[in-house]
Design a protein around this ligand. Sequence first.
Ligand code: PHE
Length: 361
Amino acid sequence: MAALQDRVEGLRGDFEERARRIASAKDLEDLRNLFFSRKKGLVTGLFEEMKSLAPEEKREAGRLVNELKDILQGRLEELEKGLPKKEIRVGGSVEARSEVKGKTTLLSPDDLTLPGLRRYVGAPHPVILFQQEIESIFRGMGFTVEEGPEVETDYYNFEALNFPPHHPARDQWDTLFIKGDLLLRTHTSPVQIRVMQRAKPPIRIICPGRVFRHETPDPTHLPMFYQVEGLVVDEGVTFAHLKGTLEHFIRALFGERIKVRFRPSFFPFTEPSAEVDIECIVCGGRDAACRVCGGTGWKEILGSGMVHPQVLKNVSIDPERYSGWAFGLGIERTAMFSYGISEMRHFYENDLRFIRQFQLK
Ligand code: PHE
């Protein structure tokens, strides 16, 4: 046993002797192998020898050898911490290793000729990117961009737009009421009123923004979504202007070959009114069970019409002299067709794998 003790001490001295000369991760690796490699390691060898000892000697020998092993492994960890973090060579192969609890993992090579690591700095959300695309089409036709509040009064959201109190048409625009006559706006149409109160014709504006409705989410409905409102008021404005402008806009977004249809509709603040549908880009009208168009092959993307004379009167614009047209478009719904996705809810699930795909459009 005394002989074993001498050898253990000899190995410790030897280890420390070599440890002083370590200058690189490679030296450290060599030292670890010299003592612990599976076949020829010096400490590994001691464990092998112990197998042939008599049982009564084994206990003491085991204690000595295990102690040596723990000490040397502890030292290897310390030595590793003392090493410069990485070795850098330009070009050529590089060995930068990190030893965690005796496990060796290769760090990524530091080749200075490789491009640097880029930090992800974020990007506009796809809905905002799409909104900007819409804005640029209308700016090209001489429209300016306006904004209005998301928390509105009953007057702007309903009354001035020709919805009398308790009129059943309000059901379709059910929302969250805040306090008194304050509510979350259900459409961007109140901005029409705000603009016409402060500006006199000619008026040519669009207004993008968030709106809120009592809706159960499904592939094409959300309780919070974005709209773009458009309003033109001037002398001699007709339904032909409405139709021509909206057709131009839709073709600028989707290309010349997109199928568009105008369908008669009703809004209290426009007369006559029309909804505009585009062909269902998800199923192309070929899937009777399509969850987006319900098998009709068409999907409504906006409501529009000639501004109701009563609305002009409400903002002191003379309907005998002026006329106007307006529209309100659902941004996510339209974006979903433009990007070819079948589900509006994806926009708000915050899955970066989805969101990052749209940055370069
Ligand atoms: N505000 C209407 C809606 O949210 C859309 C619309 C706007 C219709 C302007 C006509 C004119 O459904």
